[in-house]
Design a protein around this ligand. Sequence first.
Ligand SMILES: *Cc1c(COP(=O)(O)O)cnc(C)c1O
Length: 388
Amino acid sequence: MRDATLVTVAGREPAHRHGPVNPPISRASTILFPSVEAYERARTHEGITYGRAGTSTTYAFEEALAALEGGHRSIALASGKAACNLVLAALTQAGDHILVVDSVYAPTRQFCDRTLARFGVETSYYDPRLGAEIDALIRPNTRLIFLESPGSLTFEVQDVPAIVEVAKKRGVLTAIDNTWATPVFFKPLACGVDISIQAVTKYIGGHSDLMMGAVTTGEAIHMFLRQRIYEFGAPASPEDCWLALRGLRTLVARLERHQKSALEVARWLERRPEVARVLYPALESHPDHSLWRRDFTGASGLFGLVLKPFPKKAVCAMVDGLQHFGIGASWGGFESLVLVTYPERWRTAVPWRAEGPTLRLHIGLEDPEDLIRDLEAGFQRLQAEARS
Ligand SMILES: *Cc1c(COP(=O)(O)O)cnc(C)c1O
């Protein structure tokens, strides 16, 4: 079954539906059993036994996402951040060393530097453009390599197969934050990565109205992770699982549209005199374009933009006046967004050097012509304010 078909049928448990197309929202703390034996059997066989481990709505979402990821099981969590942090915390102990990509989502970096460090886990950041050369950074106590591709804010594409090959040879686990591509455009588990993480908040939710994360793995590591993650007690709510499942049904269709519009806007931006670089791997001009072509089947609607040197007040005049781009965190919903970003504040392995201010755009489901006209007026404000 291809992904576009799969997202319409996965996690629907026809035998338990009694008619409605979608599973109901099942809210529960207590789950009742007819006997001690039935309760104990459910607990040892990953049945639904207590609200903290999920209800039938949670399981329906997890089943659907695991199918799309090509994994054994998924675990739904309260946010994308919880998913990243719990994987990092569940797999490490005092004395361990981990390798984290320098372009990682900044709050993931903060968790490593503050919380993991307090528990005696050392983090080294590595150049996102390292492939097999990562071998030289692996120490005897290196437990995990954490990837995110393309990188948050700066959009470098990692050579995932090369890193996985080295990690397997050295007995190191790999986890990837695959939120940008979603399992529709990149399948980490098929590439040999041990753990695939999604901020479901973004494209799977797709409508800017829920917070959720998910961790998907093969069979070997699933039970270990599920038990550790259960100890933290940060499940997704059944309402959010229900919304995320609704989002998943249209994920493939929405992503196709995000991709088409993002490419159109990105190509237009590349030709603007105010723009130094567009950080979108789907563009031929992107330094990692061939890597992206090799490993990904598409590009989502989020990319970066480096302007030529302009004063901050000119950038603010441009951004503040945009009609169709909201100013705000997150992305992956139906609507376009813009943020001024500061990647140079985070880098430690390789400094981020840019010609001018950096923006991040999320291209939503609006007509791209409207977005281009809006940006064009924005560039006029940018130029006018820079001259004044
Ligand atoms: C948003 C985001 C997260 C965190 O997800 P939340 O649901 O907001 O906690 C993690 N990784 C990436 C790449 C993200 O963009």
